[in-house]
Design a protein around this ligand. Structure first.
Ligand code: BES
Ligand code: MG
Ligand code: ZN
Length: 492
């Protein structure tokens, strides 16, 4: 899908469909300008049809009277609820409509004198269009139709092309995260994931290091080694470095859980929906998507991505409930449930990231707890952090990108809930109480004083039963966190 900006007068633009937004209960399509009387009355009828309701779309032919062949009116809903996310969602709906009509190109008018200024409208339009065109069809004979090209009509196209290019890179980062996240577990073992990381590194000139099974054991990665032991697909620790900042500038370290399949191990999960545990690698995929985009955006900062990857399987070699494991930090963990595996591999990766890079901040992404879905549902990720400044910055980025997060507390009382009688920690809390926070408390033990933010994306990493339907989040992995953290990184 090619996207270009143009400062053409909308009604003079030769295009198969000219798209204009309209607010609810308004009869003025934004930025369309004054049209021929005859077309105008059918445009007004089209507006009456949907009343500008959010997502409502109607199309009228211009009967060959003006250069655009058709005019599409897209409702944005009420003005007081208008946001960039509405624009993203509606732009995706428009693009899906155009594709379903089999058209090769279309144009969207970016209105000026709109509650959102025209420059801030461009990125969500681009993101909505690109992201809504994604579908995971590489295993199907029948592919989705070709995405149409888009002309974005702005009154002043000075910065527009730059904004478009950036939004394209960000969107491709999201799509990359989705495309790996959606892979079935038989085609995405930890070593496969490592080779994908390697491929990005080669293409985008990132530094890449893969630590394999024997070295992991020798270097003391007790968590990754224990969880990885039950599978014949050996564990890997994947490290990507983007070093475009000053030499002595401390990096931001991003850590992503990549359990390529989570059966629960010896504490086996029930069969219902177990297939969805192919998405247990999505935290790692988010990190891959971010690293890809960071390098393409040429951000002048240092960023390190660390992805611990394992397959959690039951078998004669598996780690067991009752085992005591020594983590990379030197602390010991009593295993009481082998299904609480994510925190073990993340703890190792976090401690390693801190020891190796002394980062200015460390952020992790993980489909860590079912409890997160119970607490926040499928549209909001949990944030747990030891640093309020970092938390507030990430919340700001969340407001900008509409990848929603909600902060949960952490304090010594929660830390006490994972104390063990026989080791430094236990890998699960007391019963089901505060499951998302006790998991985070386990991670907090690995980071000590380094500013750290943990994002539990269990509910948001892929579309689930209670996921809000959004045009730009088609079925499957969503790439949650890529846009959010790219925004955070771009403010540094
Ligand atoms: N990957 C799961 C968490 C998960 C479950 C994410 C369902 C998304 C949907 C994680 O490894 C896990 O199994 N967590 C356990 C922890 C428990 C044993 C303390 C859980 O949430 O049940
Ligand atoms: Mg598990
Ligand atoms: Zn898991």
């Amino acid at each position: 899908m090619k996207i270009r900006s143009e400062s053409a007068k909308p009604l003079k633009k030769k295009t198969s469909v000219l798209c204009a937004f309209v607010l609810e209960n308004s009869n003025e399509p934004l930025g369309l300008g004054k049209i021929n009387e005859k077309i105008n009355s059918s445009v007004k009828d089209a507006i009456k049809e949907t009343k500008g309701k959010i997502g409502g779309i109607s199309i009228v032919s211009t009967l060959g009277i003006i250069p655009p062949k058709n005019i599409l009116i897209a409702g944005l809903g009420p003005k007081n609820k208008l946001s960039t996310d509405v624009l993203r969602n509606v732009s995706g709906k428009i693009t899906q409509k155009i594709r379903s009509m089999g058209l090769p190109e279309f144009s969207i008018i970016v209105p000026s004198g709109f509650p959102i200024d025209s420059n801030s409208s461009i990125s969500p339009i681009v993101e909505g269009s690109i992201l809504s065109m994604y579908s995971f069809d590489s295993y199907k004979k029948e592919k989705s139709e070709k995405s149409p090209n888009l002309s974005i009509l702005v009154s002043n196209s000075q910065n527009a092309q730059k904004i478009i290019s950036k939004a394209e890179i960000v969107s491709q980062g999201v799509i990359y995260a989705r495309s790996i996240g959606n892979l079935p577990p038989n085609d995405c073992s930890p070593s496969r994931l490592a080779s994908f990381a390697n491929a990005i590194a080669t293409k985008n000139r990132l530094k890449c290091k893969i630590i394999s099974k024997d070295e992991l054991r020798k270097k003391g990665f007790g968590g990754i080694s224990a969880v990885g032991r039950g599978s014949k697909n050996e564990p890997k620790l994947i490290i990507l470095e983007h070093n475009k900042g000053k030499r002595n500038d401390k990096p931001v370290v991003l850590v992503g859980k990549a359990v390529t399949f989570d059966t629960g191990g010896i504490s086996l999960k029930p069969g219902d929906k177990m297939d969805e545990m192919k998405f247990d690698k999505c935290g790692g995929c988010t990190v891959l998507g971010i690293m890809k985009a960071v390098s393409e955006l040429k951000l002048q900062i240092n960023v390190v991505g660390i992805i611990p990857s394992v397959e959690n399987m039951p078998g004669s070699e598996s780690y067991r409930p009752g085992d005591i494991v020594r983590l990379y930090s030197g602390k010991t963990a009593e295993i009481l449930n082998t299904d609480a595996e994510g925190r073990l591999i993340l703890a190792d990766a976090l401690s390693y990231g801190i020891k190796q890079y002394s980062p200015k901040s460390i952020i992790d992404f993980a489909t860590l707890t079912g409890a997160c879905i119970v607490a926040l549902g499928n549209n909001v990720a949990a944030l747990v952090s030891n640093n309020q400044r970092l938390s507030e910055k990430i919340k700001k980025s969340s407001e900008k990108t509409s990848e929603e997060i909600w902060q949960l507390p952490i304090n010594d009382d929660y830390m006490d809930m994972i104390k063990s009688n026989v080791a430094d920690m236990r890998n699960i809390g007391m019963g089901r109480a505060a499951g998302t926070i006790t998991a985070a408390a386990f991670l907090a033990n690995a980071v000590d004083e380094t500013p750290w933010a943990h994002l539990d994306i269990a509910g948001t990493a892929w579309t689930q039963d209670a996921s809000k339907k959004k045009s730009y989040n088609p079925k499957g992995a969503t790439g949650f966190g890529v846009r959010l953290i790219l925004d955070y990184l771009s403010t540094l």
